[in-house]
Design a protein around this ligand. Structure first.
Ligand code: NAP
Length: 278
């Protein structure tokens, strides 16, 4: 039986976040969950006991700070922080505007940084805790047509790897979870943004986007099973820094690692050619 913990989860009104909240509450955990609107959380069919719904603007440091403070006041501490909120931005780099990129990075990357900054003082003081950041397989082995989204997710993967080193001496674990395709709202129009601007030469990217639309409802990953994985991660004495989630994600990661290994070997002489030779 897993020890019950205090969780703080962003983007919880649907998808992975919602499934996680539901299962954690069923398992007796205390859960603070954020959404852009409190109504979206209040209408959720969950047991209200041990549940703290929080309306949070993830672009606003104050809003995040207050929500974490409320969590600690309500439940008497903080054990696991899950940075889950995120959305896709499709389009070629020449097509997406700086505003579209900045808005996407505000949620997919900078909100994660802000949540960690606000949560860490509590975890650091108690010398324990776990930060779980939801990246994506696109943040390790990117596909076609989502370069800005992939960049933000690579930033999450990298941040998590670096933080895992920095925070280990303080007793805090960090894991980046890199999901493959999961059957959530993620491929639906309200969870995706596309560049307003379109350039004819990039029509082939539209075909890749269309393939994602067609996959909606048929994705391999079951979001209901994610909570069990997260509970295992949070209970583990030595959790992984990167966890690929779903056999599709694992396969893409293995393919990339094999290609990278081959590339490193092939270019080794050139790579080493810059060393001093004395
Ligand atoms: N499903 C997949 O195939 C897949 C694959 C790889 C990675 N992921 C990652 O998994 C995480 C969860 O996604 P999901 O599949 O559960 O998708 P989802 O069903 O669309 O849910 C996404 C959640 O993120 C929040 N969110 C979306 N846009 C936001 C914005 N502009 N500002 C603030 N919050 C926003 C929403 O929070 P509200 O409660 O405020 O609406 C929502 O609850 C994301 O980080 C996503 O990148 C998903």
């Amino acid at each position: 039986m897993s020890q019950t913990k205090i969780w703080y989860i962003t983007g919880a009104s649907k998808g992975v976040g919602f499934s996680l909240v539901k299962k954690l509450l069923e398992n007796g955990h205390k859960v603070a969950a954020t959404s852009r609107t409190i109504e979206a959380l209040e209408k959720l069919d969950v047991n209200p006991e041990n549940f703290l719904p929080l309306e949070v603007d993830l672009t606003n440091e104050q809003s995040i700070a207050q929500s974490i403070e409320k969590t600690v006041q309500q439940f008497g501490g903080l054990d696991v922080v899950v940075n889950n909120a995120g959305y896709r931005l499709g389009g070629a780099i020449e097509e997406v505007s700086n505003t579209e990129i900045e808005e996407n990075f505000q949620i997919n990357f900078f909100a994660v940084v802000k949540v960690i900054q606000q949560g860490l003082p509590y975890l650091r003081n108690q010398r324990s805790g776990h930060i779980i950041n939801i990246s994506s397989i696109a943040g390790f082995a990117p596909g076609l047509g989502w370069s800005m989204y992939s960049s933000a997710k690579f930033a999450i993967t990298g941040l998590s790897e670096a933080l895992a080193n920095d925070l280990k001496p303080l007793g805090i674990s960090v894991t980046a979870v890199l999901p493959g395709w999961f059957r959530t709202h993620f491929a639906k129009p309200d969870s995706i943004a596309f560049s307003q601007n379109q350039i004819d030469d990039y029509q082939f990217l539209r075909a890749a986007h269309q393939r994602m639309n067609e996959m909606d409802g048929k994705q391999l990953g079951n979001p209901e099973k994610v909570a069990d994985v997260f509970i295992k991660l949070a209970d583990h004495a030595n959790p992984p820094v990167l966890l690929f989630l779903g056999s599709d994600a694992t396969q893409r990661a293995e393919t990339k690692i094999a290609e990278l290994t081959e590339q490193i070997q092939y270019w080794k002489e050139l790579s080493s050619s810059t060393d001093f030779k004395e």
